[in-house]
Design a binder for this molecule. Structure first.
Ligand SMILES: [Zn+2]
Length: 330
């Protein structure tokens, strides 16, 4: 361990920096915490919460009105507190998602939160900065997780939808209601396909539009509409599809790179479009940050930390277990 780095880092349902009195993405209510984005496994209201305005709006709609002191911080605007300052930087994961740069006693720590470096049509492009300590989200931290270009994946998705419609079936794309569903809507615009989204997705998409993201060509799914069209549906609500007689389902997730994904998600097809950094992006992130030490969280923490050590980077698995990009519930 570098003797000059004094900042202690712990994991316990979130990341804790006891020396600074701050938490990142804490699962339980804390006195003072940063929430990097509005996915449920990262978001909670705390006595004092630091987050972006978009994350605050998304959280209020998803989890109820804010509690405690809410510090809405625009990207790049430092938040000063007793131990130093925290600056939120775009993470490229979903609307409003942020990396957190903590500066204290001459040390810089960057927590990526969920992030990706690939281009997105609906999330702010990620900005990675130099830091002494990097806490890295390693959901896809194995070499087998390399995402194909989104354009190629979209061509396959569009072909899947067109074939289903030709055969008088509803193509159903199962996609998480915050992030993936909006990226799909944006990438399907201009395909000529009619797209209807589940109400829970529609609610999120309206917030994207309110924050200036152009999403065209999608409509709210209505029970009385019998014209076959592409449906975008959250995977955890797919039981509601029972009322629709003829469907072809596809899971849209980075996990589609696993050959068993189609069976695991009980779908007719699986397409690898992800909101998370893939293996090469994780390496690229470390390269850009040039850290003196790395802590890995979520997913393949042990494997990726060992991989970094083989490359001569001091790295430690912090914990967090597997963070599924999509819930496996029916
Ligand atoms: Zn997330």
């Amino acid at each position: 361990m570098d003797p000059y780095l004094r900042m202690e880092v712990k994991f316990d349902r979130g990341i804790s920096l006891p020396g600074c009195g701050v938490w990142f993405d804490a699962g339980r209510k804390q006195k003072f915490a940063v929430v990097t984005h509005a996915h449920s496994d990262h978001a909670a209201w705390h006595s004092e919460t630091v987050l972006t305005p978009a994350t605050a709006t998304l959280m209020a709609v998803r989890f109820g009105k804010p509690r405690g002191h809410v510090h809405e911080m625009a990207y790049h605007q430092p938040f000063h507190f007793a131990a130093g300052q925290i600056t939120l930087l775009p993470a490229g994961h979903v609307l409003g998602s942020a990396m957190a740069l903590l500066e204290t006693s001459g040390e810089r720590l960057l927590y990526t939160g969920d992030f990706k470096l690939r281009q997105s049509l609906t999330a702010e492009p990620a900005e990675v900065v130099q830091a002494d300590t990097l806490i890295l989200e390693t959901t896809f931290g194995l070499p087998r997780y390399r995402m194909p270009p989104a354009e190629a994946v979209m061509a396959e998705i569009i072909a899947f939808c067109e074939k289903a419609l030709l055969e008088k079936h509803y193509p159903v794309l199962l996609a998480y209601s915050l992030g993936k569903a909006q990226e799909l809507s944006a990438r399907l615009a201009g395909s000529g396909l009619r797209v209807a989204v589940h109400p829970s997705i529609h609610k999120m998409s309206r917030i994207y539009e309110a924050f200036g993201v152009r999403l065209t060509g999608y409509e709210l799914l209505r029970a009385d509409d019998n014209n076959p069209k592409v449906l975008i549906y959250p995977p955890n609500l797919r039981s509601q599809l029972a009322g629709i007689p003829k469907t072809r389902t596809a899971i849209v997730s980075g996990w589609a790179l696993d050959s068993r994904a189609r069976y695991q998600f009980r779908c007719d097809a699986a397409f690898p479009l992800s909101d998370h950094a893939d293996y090469d992006e994780l390496l690229a992130c470390v390269e850009r940050v040039q850290p003196k030490r790395v802590f890995t969280v979520h997913g393949f923490v042990e494997e990726f930390a060992a991989d970094l050590r083989r490359r001569g980077v001091e790295a430690w698995a912090l914990g967090g277990g597997n963070q599924l990009e999509l819930p496996l519930v029916a």
